[in-house]
Every structure is written in structure tokens, then in C-alpha cells.
Write a new protein. Structure first.
Length: 202
């Protein structure tokens, strides 16, 4: 360690400031809420399918199909119907929370020029712009696009290793961790975005 420090090659760990960690809770909480919403929809769909029921609509849980969905639930046996109605109420509550988070993110982007610049990229909206900006943090800490790409690859490798370890213990895939937020936002959604993101700091 002393030799690394003398040579100037000691690795530097960047710790996000408190304000950035606080802002990240918005995008990360939204991801958790969206996962909860998906689980509730899947549960309701599976319950209806067990009784050969279902909603014939492109979005069975949209406003236009809501009346039909409630009619389908009424055809379920008493206890199953009650449980499904409770799940539907939970779905409504979670959807409302997601909307509130997205409204706060929209307000946040209006105050942050970096996020506004990200929105000018093809395929980047409010949610993705906020996620990328908050997960990367201070982009000026990366000397080049290659360094940012290297960080992303390291994050993906870390998530893959966690998946393998957890699967070996319990046979299940790892749910989204703090590392996966960066990987999913930058890689899965946009591919190689690093050079354009770094160019925006100028």
C-alpha cells in the first residue's frame, strides 16, 4: 500500500455525496415499485387463468379495460374473489406511488441541466435520464469514455457474480441490487452511451 501511494498508483475510491445518495432513492424506489406492480399483475392474471377467465385487451390493467377486469373478478369463487380484489387495490396504490415518484423526477429534471441534456438523446425520457445521471454521478471524475465503459463492465461482472452465488445457495436469481441500477440503465437501455455522456460535460 505504501509503495502504491509513493508511486501515485494507489486506487482512489469515489464516495457519492450525501445529496446524490438521497436523490438516487427516487429512481431506485421506482424500480422496486415497478417490480411490485409487475408481481401483482402477474398474480391477478394467473388467478383469472386458473378459472379460464381473462380480459381481452392490449392492456388488461388500463383504464379502458378496468370495468371488464372487475367483471371477471366477480366470477371468481368468494375467497379467491376477495383476495384478488385486495391485490387489485394494492395494484392501484402502487401505481399511484409510481406516478408520484415520476412527478418528482420530472420536477427534478427541470432543475438539473445535465438531465435535460440527456433527454435530447434518442430513446431517453424522464426516467432514464434521471437514472443515468444519478447513477453515474459526477461524470467529470472519468478521464475518458473508456473509463466510464470500464466501470459499467465491472458493474455488470459484479452483478453476474452475485447472481451465480445466490443461485448456488437458493436457486434463484438476484433481484436488482445497487450495482444493477447502473448496468441496466446504461447498458440494457442504451448500449454504449458513455462517449456521448462524457461529451455533454463540455
Amino acid at each position: 500500500m505504501n509503495r502504491l501511494q509513493r508511486n501515485g498508483t494507489r486506487p482512489v475510491v469515489w464516495i457519492p455525496p450525501e445529496g446524490l445518495r438521497d436523490l438516487r432513492e427516487l429512481t431506485r424506489s421506482r424500480i422496486v415499485l415497478v417490480q411490485q406492480r409487475t408481481r401483482l399483475k402477474n398474480r391477478l392474471t394467473a388467478t383469472l387463468a386458473k378459472y379460464a377467465l381473462g380480459v381481452e385487451a392490449s392492456d388488461p390493467y388500463g383504464k379502458r379495460a378496468r370495468a371488464e377486469l372487475e367483471q371477471q373478478l366477480e366470477q371468481l369463487p368468494p375467497q379467491t374473489r376477495w383476495v384478488s380484489q385486495q391485490a387489485l387495490a394494492q395494484l392501484d396504490f402502487v401505481s399511484q406511488q409510481i406516478q408520484q415518484v415520476e412527478e418528482r423526477l420530472a420536477e427534478l429534471i427541470e432543475r438539473m441541466p445535465a438531465m435535460q441534456r440527456l433527454e435530447t438523446l434518442p430513446g431517453v425520457g424522464v426516467i432514464l435520464a434521471a437514472t443515468i445521471a444519478l447513477e453515474i454521478g459526477d461524470v467529470s471524475r472519468f478521464p475518458s469514455a473508456a473509463h466510464l465503459t470500464k466501470k459499467e463492465r465491472a458493474e455488470r461482472l459484479n452483478v453476474r457474480r452475485q447472481n451465480l452465488r445466490l443461485r448456488a445457495r437458493v436457486g434463484k436469481k438476484l433481484s436488482s441490487s445497487s450495482s444493477s441500477f447502473f448496468a441496466s440503465a446504461v447498458v440494457s437501455a442504451l448500449g454504449d452511451l458513455s462517449s456521448r455522456v462524457l461529451a455533454m460535460r463540455k
